[in-house]
Design a protein around this ligand. Structure first.
Ligand SMILES: [Zn+2]
Length: 96
């Protein structure tokens, strides 16, 4: 059995890698074909099974969305008073 962490060849019966002591029987999460923003709402138990790279991509998506919402809010704040924006849009921007 080949160690997922260091690539050392170990005996099939080994529980831990003889070089780096990493657990060999523990299933490692596999990378997904795609990650989408709505997955950030998934429960912790399911996100726990995501590959680290997928979690980083998901974090990037969340940060991009936050930046968009922030910029929209800034635009609405600057425009407040200059042009007429309906109260529904303003309350939506404030909620985000
Ligand atoms: Zn190893």
């Amino acid at each position: 059995m080949i160690c997922f962490y260091c690539g050392t060849e170990n005996k099939e019966s080994a529980i831990h890698c003889e070089f780096c002591v990493a657990p060999l029987k523990k299933k490692r999460p596999k990378m997904k074909e795609s990650v989408y923003l709505e997955q950030c709402e998934w429960p912790f138990d399911e996100l726990l099974l995501f590959h680290t790279y997928d979690l980083l991509v998901l974090l990037q998506l969340v940060r991009e969305e936050r930046t968009k919402a922030y910029n929209l809010l800034r635009t609405l704040q600057k425009a407040n008073g200059d042009i007429l924006i309906d109260s529904e849009s303003l309350s939506f921007a404030k909620a985000k």
